[in-house]
Design a protein around this ligand. Sequence first.
Ligand SMILES: Nc1ncnc2c1ncn2[C@@H]1O[C@H](COP(=O)(O)OP(=O)(O)OP(=O)(O)O)[C@@H](O)[C@H]1O
Ligand SMILES: [Mg+2]
Length: 245
Amino acid sequence: MTEPTPAAAHDLGGEIPADRTLAFDGVGVELAGTRILSDVTLSLAERRIAVIGENGSGKSTFARLLGGLVAPTRGRVSIHGHDLVAGRKHVRRLVGSVFSNPDAQIIMPTVAEDVAFSLRRRGLGKAEIAERVDATLERYGLAERADAPAHSLSGGQKQLLALCAVLIAEPSVIVADEPTALLDGRNSRLISGLLLDELPQQVVLVTHDLELAARCDVAVRFEGGRLLEVDAPAGVIARYRQDLG
Ligand SMILES: Nc1ncnc2c1ncn2[C@@H]1O[C@H](COP(=O)(O)OP(=O)(O)OP(=O)(O)O)[C@@H](O)[C@H]1O
Ligand SMILES: [Mg+2]
């Protein structure tokens, strides 16, 4: 895969908001009668936020809350000053989500169509959409594959495509739930480098890769559906490693 040029990664912006606080106040989530998250209260304004914890601890549910994919059954969530529930339409534009499985994120038949799909209902003309899609694919090294079937890309390219589909919509925060879990070392470095070092957006990174978590500005640890701690990554990770044994 072609490496994106450093300049390219920097100018694909999204507005950088003055208030980048992610605030949770007494938040709980129940799904199908089961309590999945309880009493989550925290406020985060760091750019790179790691979310760690054991399997089933509630990380993905936390990520899905931020992405507007599950609703809080208790409490309030606000994203950059906008209430997640009351301001749902706006919040949906603020947040972009990527997941582990790049195949599951492909919506449209070709690479270019898949990226263009993110700009639907924005009131943009065809020519402008095409221009933005071309520019995004060019920046991230996928231009040559623009008309290829999206499913024909390699796993790493598909994850890059998923990220392009998020970035073209210019979110202020990117929620990435184990985005490198299925990638080889090189593509994992590419995607994590973009998320943690190159993009200007706030990033919430759910990961079992504790080296990636260590590169973040703050780490949040969940256990059994509850927030266990929020602190500088080194300490949170060290205590987590100890508990894992
Ligand atoms: N839709 C749902 N209905 C019922 N239970 C659910 C649902 N989604 C998640 N859960 C349960 O909630 C708990 C937390 O799940 P979640 O996916 O948030 O964990 P996780 O920390 O992301 O785990 P992993 O590291 O394995 O991805 C698990 O016990 C899971 O089985
Ligand atoms: Mg998960």
